[in-house]
Write a new protein. Sequence first.
Length: 232
Amino acid sequence: MKTIFITGASSGIGKEISLKFLSNGYKVVAASRRIELLEKIKSENENGINYLPYKLDLSDFIKAGAILKKITTENEIDTLVNNAGTTTFTSASEDSVEKIKNIIDINLLGSILAIKSVLPKMMNKNSGTIINILSVVTEKIFTKSSVYSASKAGLLAYTNVLREEVRTNNIKIINVIPGATKTPIWHPKAIEKNSERMMSPKEMASVIYEMHSLNGIMVPEQLTLRPIQGDL
């Protein structure tokens, strides 16, 4: 049984990716700050025995490092999905140092920590997949998203370099760049207003599953997904 490790797995895209892979025979290592939501998912799913919840706060590097070590010791990770993320919709002039640090810590440094936790074993066995859920902010300017854009662009740059470094280890690095999707990162009023122009996390999870399932030597290194009507 293959094992997939997903951060930010308690809601939105991360939750739907978990459910999609779980229903297709994978063992799912699900991590989130909100362990109670993970436990609820486990208890309500008929395949819950293969769903392993872990409380993980990527903004706390010391505790996160210990949990990541526990996860990689107790499980043989075949695929990592870096999905955990946060933001605030404020202008650069309004962002406090605390807010800036929190966004960078979770979106960029936390994702790098997760990568470094699984990478040694993947390199040793010459096999593995790392999927990063990024954002269209890496391709287009959106106001009131300066720090979020920097964090996602930073992870894109980091993993593009990493891909070149681990090609000979047969490790796939896939960057998914989604447009507006109905997730808790948006204010409920924004989702209500733009619902018909936003993609669903379930649709996103289906695309990611199919992309992950490609066999042979081909790998989709970067995939942009947008609503038909374009960005909000």
